[in-house]
Design a binder for this molecule. Structure first.
Ligand code: GAP
Length: 453
């Protein structure tokens, strides 16, 4: 099977995601709801691994970052102060012919005339702003007084709680507050699978600093974030750093980088790293009348900290990982005949299942008992899958397709039937090279731990 076009590659990826339980369409049995997705058993594991690794490197492995888990709903005053109520919108155009609602930047021009990408119609409305925030009401009355929005980013809770976190954590500048959580945007035209969704998760860090440190920290965080993607298996050659030009940058930002990935549907943003100055804290100081400043004990200065914000999307990272890992190659079947194999070459660190345990035959009690013993040994330390059904080649293939990096087979050698030297050893198969090595069960856990963490 050749991977002729990027569109076909994307189609195969989407179909694999459904077939193997990574991602399903939301509300599918009712015909679906556009721009919303449910993560199946394997997608859930993958997503969790991405978030856990982000948290590990951004919070646990640092002295200068603490966490926050803010509420999704905040008072409307927050969204007024942050500027979202006024300006968080995309320009929308309606096609009068097919009634499609389109983002102005998705309209193509043909022979100097704007055309609907759906029907080719040229009868289009002028662009008008469409606010992307979902409205909701808090409490029993549904009127202006109870109106608020589902958060369109996680960052605002961090700004609003800046003082509380500063007081309890006793951190000195520069220091950061990290948060992972859901965000909601009523995107006009969700597309490219999960890439542009209406509900998604963000991993955001607000790193507060002295004003003179801002530009340097912007560079620092761009580099740190590139390392993160490399450490989960996305090669630097697939990542692009775009310096957002003055004209496209928020007016308060002194510098912004977009970290982009080469998806099959084009080069697209994975994460933004922005130097936002003191804009957010100042807005909340003005609107709430509360102080959100910082007192420097050494210089005896009081000032509003500046902030550098690396803001990544969990769902986009997961999609990039799946796209990056997807490969088709050749592998021998049980009779040694070469066949096409679909394989997800996930980095072991983020693979949903780390190791599959296979007793060679399911009707040999001793093999099954040994298999279960190995499963129990590994299970407290990593996600293990136990599979005793079908030919061993088929079992390997099923794991390759979902990106399990290691397979452990319990055979007659393990039971000591071919002599004592091989007793209590297993074969450890590597997904990518398909090579097998003989490993002592007593050394298996340590060996695997060094490869999967
Ligand atoms: N606090 C800054 C902020 O929210 P953003 O560039 O609007 O910045 C940050 O969003 C990241 O959130 C994006 O780089 C992307 O990974 C993710 N994201 C934004 N909108 C998204 C959507 N509709 N679907 C999936 N992910 C999205």
């Amino acid at each position: 099977m050749s991977m002729s076009t990027d569109a076909q590659r994307m189609e195969r990826i989407v179909s694999l995601c459904k077939r193997r339980g990574f991602i399903f369409q939301s509300s599918e049995i009712y015909g679906g709801l556009n721009g919303l997705w449910d993560y199946g058993p394997l997608g859930t594991e993958l997503k969790r691994n991405v978030k856990d690794y982000w948290w590990r490197v951004m919070v646990h492995e640092r002295d200068d970052v603490v966490g926050l888990d803010g509420a999704i709903l905040m008072t409307r005053a927050v969204w007024k102060a942050s500027g979202h109520e006024e300006t968080f919108s995309d320009p929308m155009i309606d096609c009068r012919t097919c009634k499609a609602r389109l983002r102005a930047d998705q309209i193509a021009e043909k022979n100097g005339a704007k055309q609907c990408p759906n029907c080719g119609g040229k009868d289009l409305t002028e662009p008008r702003p469409f606010n992307l925030m979902f409205k909701t009401y808090v409490g029993a009355t549904e009127d202006e007084s109870s109106l608020t929005y589902l958060r369109p980013e996680t960052a605002q809770a961090i700004f609003v709680q800046f003082k509380n976190v500063l007081d309890v954590s006793r951190k000195k500048l520069p220091f950061g507050i990290a948060q992972i959580g859901k965000a909601f945007r009523n995107e006009i035209n969700p597309r490219n699978f999960t890439f542009r969704s209406r509900e998604f998760e963000q991993m955001e860090l607000e790193y507060f600093c002295r004003p003179e440190q801002g530009m340097e920290l912007l560079e620092y965080w761009k580099e740190e974030r590139l390392k993160f993607y490399e450490n989960i298996g996305i090669g630097r050659d697939k990542l692009h750093v775009k310096e957002v030009p003055d004209s496209d940058r928020a007016f308060y930002s002194r510098g912004t980088y977009d970290i982009e990935y080469e998806f099959p549907f084009g080069l697209q943003e994975l994460e933004g790293v922005a130097y936002r100055t003191d804009f957010d804290l100042t807005q909340h100081i003005k609107a709430s009348g509360k102080s959100l400043d910082y007192f420097d004990e050494e210089t005896k200065e009081r000032f509003v900290p500046h902030v550098v914000e690396p803001s990544a999307g969990v769902d986009r990272t997961v999609l990039a990982l799946i796209c990056d890992a997807y490969a088709e190659d050749e592998a021998p079947d049980d009779k040694g005949k070469m066949e096409t194999r679909i394989v997800l070459r996930f980095h072991p660190r983020i693979a949903p299942i780390k190791v599959a345990v296979f007793p060679l035959l399911k009707n040999k009690e001793a093999l099954v008992a040994k298999g279960r013993e190995v499963q129990r040994l590994l299970r407290p330390h990593m996600n293990v899958f136990y599979d005793e059904g079908g030919a061993i080649g088929r079992r390997y293939r099923r794991q390759d397709e979902i990106g399990t990096p290691f397979g452990v087979t319990i055979d007659f050698e393990t039971l000591g039937e071919k002599g004592d030297v091989l007793r209590d050893t297993v074969t450890l198969r590597d997904r990518d090279s398909m090579k097998q090595e003989r490993v002592k069960i007593s050394e298996l856990l340590q060996l695997l731990l060094t490869r999967v963490t």
